[in-house]
Design a protein around this ligand. Sequence first.
Ligand SMILES: [Zn+2]
Length: 331
Amino acid sequence: MTVIDIHCHTAGIGAGDSGCFISPKLRRSWKYPIYLKSFGVTNTELEREGDCLVLRRLSERLAASSRVQAAVVLAMDGVVDSRGILDRERTEMYIPNDFLARECRQHPNLLFGASVNPLRPDALERLDAAAAAGAVLVKWLPSIQGTDPADRRLVPYYRRLAELGLPLLTHTGLEESFTRADNTLADPARLRLPLEEGVTVIAAHCATSGRSHGEENLARLLPLFAEFPSLYADISALTQVNRLGHLPRVLQHREIHGRLLYGTDMPLPATGLTSPWFHLFRLGPVEARRLAAIGNPWDQDVELKLALGMPEEILFRTARVLKIDQHQKHS
Ligand SMILES: [Zn+2]
């Protein structure tokens, strides 16, 4: 059975005419060299070989994993202005669908996760194009893209997603990877609208961080699982140092085990934000040492999560929810 990482990022600076874009502010930030390093590339290499290098490195590293066979790599649409045009001033990172779809076709183990800001005037056509280009889901970062999932103007967009059978993977809880974010938009209660419109919704990071309206975000997500069978959550990033204890906290809720999907939030686990040593108290020194010795970041992530109590079945669910048969993609 195929194990798919549902949450994997790429990066790009626009090299090789990729159309990718990183804001000067993020590029100057201390996070930038750490991100590049975690992707196993340098700025010079990127400029020489193009942004496709990041995907090649991801694909190679993933191919070396004995646990995970494929990953959904996520495009990232930007902020749009009042006319619906990409606002480069307010966009920190932009990874266009066209570029990513093309690159994912080159690598059998990378699946195309599209991103379409619903406030674009041609959002529905963009969804159609993404589906035609082989997208397996659509990713949103509302707190960065400035979109409110509860906005009723988005109903036609949701209906199109449902028609196309494209799940919506959307960030829930605090967002800390960029230089600014509007965290009120990541309140899981705002997902009621797409769920009512029949969309399969995947709450990224299972809303384990932050609070909305005086209540923990996770507590606001939990009741929706009982109400909507098409709601899922990914467990990406839940072992990071800024999220210690989050995975066990989610796993306490046995009634949602059947809705959890395996994901990593790569390359963040490879930035030093995740280490078995951060979980020493739960794992004990022998187990922490065994896990720390695993070199492949995907293998280490799987083993760490299993050691922290993740039921093995969670690994195999993504392929079913995304209706992907690995053999199908490339036959
Ligand atoms: Zn992410």
